[in-house]
Structure formats: C-alpha cells, structure tokens
Design a protein around this ligand. Structure first.
Ligand code: TMP
Ligand code: MG
Length: 260
C-alpha cells in the first residue's frame, strides 16, 4: 500500500462512455453542447469530432500517422472554443447542466485511495477546468488527487482567451508534457502502479515514473470493440468490455489495501 500509486485517464475511463443507451459527453463535449456556444460554433466543433474521432480510434493507422492529426484536432477545437467568450464563472453551471456521469463505483475508488493515502494522478487530454469541476461536484476531489490536463487561460475579466500549454492530446500522454512537474520524482518510492485507460494512447502515462517494479494496466474497450480487441488484449493486462463500472478496479484495490 505504501508502494502503490494509481495513474488514470479521465474521459471515458473515470467518466462513463454510455448512459441510458446514449453516449456520455467527454469534457470537451460538455463545453461543445452547452448553451454558451453559438449554433455556428457547435456545428464546427461537431464537424471536427466527426472527422477526427474515427481517426483517433482507427486500429489500422499508426501512432506516427495519428499524432499530427490529433494536434490539428485539438488546436482547431481550442481555437473555436476560445472565440466563444466562455466565462470562468459559468463553468460550474455548464457542468451541472451536462449529462456527464462518473462510472459506478467511483465513490468507493476515490474514498479508498484517499483513506489509504494512495496518490491518484489523473492524466487527461480533456479540459482540466471541466474535469476538476466534475470531481468537485461529485465531492471526491481529495488532497491525494493530482490532475495534469489542458487548462483554460482566462483574461482579467474572466473570459476564455486561449488554452495554456503544453497541448496534451491522446497520443502524447507521456513524460514529454510533464517536464518540470516533479510529480513522479516526488513519488519515487511508489513503484507499484495501477494504470487505467481507454485508449492506446493511455499506455504511456506511467513512462515518467523513475523506477517501476510492478504495473497493472487496466483498459476499458468502449468503442469499435471487435476491431480493436486484439490490440487491447496485447497491450493491456485486463480488458473490460461493456462495463460502465469501476468494480474490477475496486475489487483489486480492496484486495491490495485491506490485505496489506
Ligand atoms: P483522453 O480521454 O485520452 O484524455 O482524451 C480526451 C478525449 O477527448 C479524446 O477521446 C477525444 C475527445 N475530444 C473531444 O471529444 N472533443 C474535442 O474537441 C477534442 C479535441 C477531443
Ligand atoms: Mg479517455
């Protein structure tokens, strides 16, 4: 337990992929669908999603091929969002009015990690301000939770102007965007890792950990299940399909935390 740390993706890993037969929103989608975006802005953001999301999850393209296209998607989306005069003071309400849901069992997971002082690192290519608000509203933003993500940059009037760098997209979630954060160095005795993700890009999230003794990679295979199963089974230790819960993670945590 003293050697354990958890490193997790946020969108579609801690948050749900589907709810009531519909897709749940990502942190970007929460903004895109909100009342503060103009109709024209909504259409353009949706067009980007329909163009780039199939590329993001395409099992037949290499990461090298995908990377520049993801930079393009994130850059264009952030530019569009930055033109919408989004107010910092509206974020809480936007999240409250959204359809986002955390996976069932999130309470147990966050509570147990907090109770046993296990650090939880949320490494997200989503929007940091939105995901922090989601976990705050869920009352689980405890002191052992640290987030690295894309944060909004507001002007003196609290209006969104741009996003702060470095840009984090699905396929650069590794040490290259953590330079200067010291986070993993401070946790150098935490050499046992549970990694949670839903994308092939999430597999490199622990690359900055100085010495890894044990790593258990748990992957949620949400979409294009048949086409991607082979690659997920090769890369992740546990692959979860049609599972909107954190039950497997909680079972493993219970075993580790209570038995040690
Ligand atoms: P992550 O879950 O790996 O942190 O990535 C965030 C997800 O956000 C990724 O699956 C793509 C998605 N996304 C949107 O839904 N809308 C957008 O505008 C962008 C840039 C990303
Ligand atoms: Mg994800």
């Amino acid at each position: 337990m003293n050697k354990l740390q958890v490193i997790s993706d946020f969108d579609m890993t801690l948050s749900r992929f589907g709810c009531n037969g519909r897709r749940c929103p990502t942190s970007h989608n929460i903004l895109d669908n909100s009342r503060v975006i103009s109709e024209d802005g909504k259409k353009k953001l949706k067009d980007l999603l329909h163009h780039y999301y199939p590329i993001e999850i395409d099992p037949n393209r290499t990461l090298e091929e995908k990377r520049p296209l993801m930079v393009e998607w994130w850059t264009r989306a952030h530019e569009l969002l930055s033109q919408q005069k989004i107010q910092k003071g509206d974020i809480a309400q936007i999240v409250r009015e959204s359809e986002v849901m955390l996976r069932d069992g999130f309470n147990e997971m966050f509570d147990q990690l907090h109770k046993y002082n296990v650090p939880l690192f949320i490494f997200s290519a989503g929007v940091g301000d939105i995901l922090e608000e989601i976990i705050r509203q869920a009352n689980v933003f405890y002191s052992n939770v640290n987030v690295v993500s894309n944060y909004m940059d507001f002007d003196d009037n609290g209006v969104l102007r741009r996003f702060k760098g470095p840009l984090i997209h699905t396929y650069n979630k590794n040490n290259s965007v953590l330079q200067g954060t010291e986070y993993f160095q401070q946790l150098s005795t935490r050499t046992s890792i549970i990694l949670l993700g839903d994308s092939m890009g999430d597999l490199t999230m622990a690359d900055g950990v100085p010495s890894v003794e044990n790593i258990l990679k748990i992957g949620f295979l949400n979409d294009k299940v048949e086409e991607r199963r082979g690659k997920y089974l090769d890369a992740y230790d546990i692959v979860l399909e049609s599972d909107e819960t954190l039950d497997v993670v909680n079972g493993i945590l219970r075993y580790i935390l209570i038995k040690t």
